[in-house]
Design a protein around this ligand. Sequence first.
Ligand code: PEP
Length: 227
Amino acid sequence: MKKLLIAGNWKSNKTVQEAIAWLLEWNAKCQMLNAKWENATVVLCVPFTLLYPLKQEIDRLQLPIELGAQDVSPFPDGAYTGEVSARQIKELSDWVIIGHSERRKYFGETDEILAQKVDQAKSAGLHIIYCVPDKETTVPPGVDAVAYEPMWAIGTGKSDTPENAGEVIRGIKVKTNIPVVIYGGSVTQENVASFVSQEAIDGVLPGGASLDPEKFANLIKNACNPR
Ligand code: PEP
């Protein structure tokens, strides 16, 4: 059985108080659902401000969820005001998303900058989820997983078809030789099983559906324990 990667992306949402409340509610819901995911890695990619408090709570309660950042500085520690370095992230989490469409679109991140970010994240020992909008976009060497996220499907409620996503992901795997490629773009608790049941698709990257603890718990359950 393939091991799934389920990575929630909170984008710029939640205060510390809201994040802790989410975690407790999510945990209670998972227990209620009796959701089991030995066959999945579940990661929550959150704003930098939430990494420390969430890590404290996850460690304290020994919860089966890992943390990730949503971006990383292209530079090492030093005189780069406002940036958060890979080494600082690694102190609090093991994962990072690089190259999300919103970073490319609103912050002008180019393939060159993204390759620098990958280098930094790699040398700090972070696991990298590298996002691409199609199979033509360059993927720098050294990433752990690729997320295929067609731009028109992000936050729109219009997902790609599982068959097309599977086809694109097969193409990405052939081109990059990266064995773990996941799908993102309006993934929900209702459609997640149709994506992960495609042979080529190794998991999902839900944005909106990760903000609600109950929806995220159901999504994990439906991905890992399909009926
Ligand atoms: C995302 O955050 O990368 C994403 C795909 O968002 P949504 O699931 O809301 O479309």
